[in-house]
Design a protein around this ligand. Structure first.
Ligand SMILES: Nc1ncnc2c1ncn2[C@@H]1O[C@H](COP(=O)(O)OP(=O)(O)OP(=O)(O)O)[C@@H](O)[C@H]1O
Ligand SMILES: [Mg+2]
Length: 268
């Protein structure tokens, strides 16, 4: 089982007053959401977890190994990130070369590289576009390609920064199923999201950040049931909860429409 242990973490950008300060955070679940308002520090936490920026204080341990002590190759195999903006991740001449470039960071056998590239492209449905220039792809296709570049390395931990943004409905379904599949395969999948409907339907654990600190860790059901906390963090409850409240004056927690019908059919 994969675990992330954060202790006494402090980070400040050289040019900003924002301070990230996480005393202690343990992530052991396989499918975890990170929520919080704009500027709460979610993407900064991901940058720290991938070693893109280094903390001024504190430690991050992954599977009891200090992140700072990992070689670049070990780090790539341990934790991979899909950025919010896929363009920042793409720079090769073709879709196929883009994925191959990623694999070559951790694998030298040409036959293995070719097979891995084919598998990753097939998983995200981009096989037929393999000779295209990544910059000629549509936004959802670019995002799927950036996911393929991480899949091809197959890290233990996958970080997704706003994976649903700029995806059409079929791609959202594909990516959600892929994340669930990875979690079932014992990978750890952590996603930042502003989409509370998707969060409520997909994740059993949420960590909520506000002003650079973790202010809630637990089940989405518990978080959405605490109206003082949701108001304080400025996060919406799932749409079905708002409808139940507005239409039926019902303030119970409902994660999805299915959850609503289940809870009501229990009563009958
Ligand atoms: N490279 C940077 N240099 C200076 N300040 C930065 C940099 N990146 C982010 N910040 C600041 O750090 C704070 C936290 O930013 P961060 O990107 O982690 O927030 P976030 O929770 O991901 O927000 P959003 O939901 O808008 O993506 C913000 O005040 C932001 O302006
Ligand atoms: Mg962000």
């Amino acid at each position: 089982m994969t675990s992330i242990q954060i202790d006494g973490l402090k980070y400040q950008y050289p040019t900003s007053d924002f301070k990230l300060a996480i005393d202690q955070l343990t992530i052991t679940e396989n499918l975890v959401a990170i929520a919080g308002q704009n500027g709460a520090g979610k993407s900064t936490l991901f940058k720290l977890l991938t070693g893109l920026v280094h903390p001024q204080a504190g430690e991050i341990h992954i599977n009891h190994r200090d992140l700072a002590s990992l070689t670049p190759e070990d780090r790539l195999k341990t934790i991979g990130i899909v950025f919010q903006d896929p363009s920042s991740q793409l720079f090769n001449a073709t879709v196929e070369k883009e994925v191959a470039w990623s694999v070559l960071q951790v694998e030298t056998d040409a036959a293995v590289v070719a097979d891995t590239v084919n598998d990753a492209l097939a998983t995200v449905g981009l096989t037929e576009l393999k000779d295209k220039n990544p910059f000629d792809l549509s936004m959802p296709e670019k995002k799927l390609l950036s996911i393929a570049t991480v899949l091809a390395v197959n890290p233990q931990i996958y970080l997704f920064d706003e994976p649903m943004i700029s995806l059409d409905w079929p791609s959202q379904q594909l990516v959600t199923h892929l994340m669930q599949h990875l979690a079932e395969e014992k990978h750890q999948v952590i996603a930042i999201t502003h989409d509370m409907n998707w969060l409520a339907a997909t994740f059993a654990k949420v960590d909520v950040l506000a002003d650079g600190q973790v202010i809630f860790e637990g089940k989405p059901e518990t978080f959405f049931g605490d109206s003082a906390l949701t108001q304080k963090t400025g996060l919406m409850t799932p749409r079905i909860m708002q409808i139940a409240q507005e239409v039926f004056d019902d303030s119970r927690v409902y994660l999805t429409p299915e959850d609503y019908f289940e809870k009501h059919s229990e009563k009958r």
